[in-house]
Design a protein around this ligand. Structure first.
Ligand code: PAF
Length: 273
């Protein structure tokens, strides 16, 4: 991949990258659409990154169906699929990690202490291997997008980071590879994440700007849903992830909720009218 990328770059062409862990759905494919016209060669990577999963998380269970993913990427006009093995990315004796501080402390970082270090390490490697000029990440993982933007800025990585909007099912549920873990009954309950975000949007539209009030309403709503266990509901600055007391400029309401054994996340960015 790195040799191919160097040849492409020497011919004066630009490279766009969509990093994925496979299990592709419309959300991933929309990331290709978001940067297709901003680069000459479109690369997608598929790598279930072991170091971003903690003990007891779903690394082993994560969907792996390369043929299905390959077909979807081909149909969507992806030029190159980079599909490395674990050993290629983490050779014997691997000892170098990239860590973004502060932004990774809260939200998902609290319950998944090694997660973002794993993400930033693999994304740095994917940037260096593919030599991409531009890369696209989904707003569904809003904290991840902010962390990667900060990493690229702090380390002077010459890659433009684009964030693409959350893609939702017709009932509002955010698309995620992990939705496949849900039973039909859990799938119905899982809609409570989006409905809680709708409550936040509605309250802000009605003039409420105290985030404690808004989070309180979101929490009360989810607590009524059987089998739903709240991990966090927070209001933060979408760029630096610091907690916000008031919605006085763009504010991200983000939540993680367990439906049965499946941990789901979602978010929305609101602003005062
Ligand atoms: O968002 C994901 O699927 C992963 O965290 C990423 C960015 C591909 C890194 O493994």
């Amino acid at each position: 991949m790195q040799k191919t990328a160097l040849i492409i770059k020497r011919s004066g062409k630009t490279i766009g990258l969509v990093p994925t862990m496979g299990g592709l759905h419309e959300g991933h494919l929309s990331l290709l659409d978001a940067i297709r016209n901003k680069c000459d060669v479109l690369v997608a990577s598929i790598f279930v990154n072991p170091v971003q999963f903690g003990p007891g998380e779903d690394f082993k269970r994560y969907p792996r169906d390369f043929q299905r993913d390959e077909k979807l990427l081909d149909e969507r006009g992806c030029d190159i699929i980079f599909y490395p093995s674990d050993d290629e990315i983490y050779p014997y004796g691997f000892s170098t990690y990239v860590n973004v501080e502060n932004l990774t402390d809260g939200l998902c970082g609290k319950s998944r202490p090694v997660h973002f270090r794993g993400v930033t390490t693999v994304v740095t490697k994917l940037f260096l291997i593919t030599r991409c000029d531009i890369a696209c990440f989904g707003q569904k993982d809003g904290q991840q997008a902010a962390v990667i933007k900060r990493m690229a800025r702090d380390l002077n990585i010459p890659v433009e980071i684009v964030t693409a909007p959350i893609v939702r099912e017709s009932d509002g549920m955010a698309m995620s590879s992990r939705n496949n873990y849900l039973s039909p009954e859990e799938r119905k309950r899982a809609l409570c994440l989006k409905k809680a975000l709708d409550i936040a949007e509605h309250m802000v539209a009605e003039g409420e700007c105290d985030t404690t009030e808004i989070i309180g309403e979101m929490r009360s709503f989810i607590e009524l849903v059987e089998g739903a266990e709240i991990e966090y509901i927070e209001a933060v600055d979408p760029d630096d992830m610091t907690p916000k007391q008031k919605v006085d400029r763009p504010t991200m309401f983000a939540l993680a909720v367990k439906i049965g054994k499946t941990r789901l996340i979602d978010n929305c960015i609101v602003n005062v009218n």
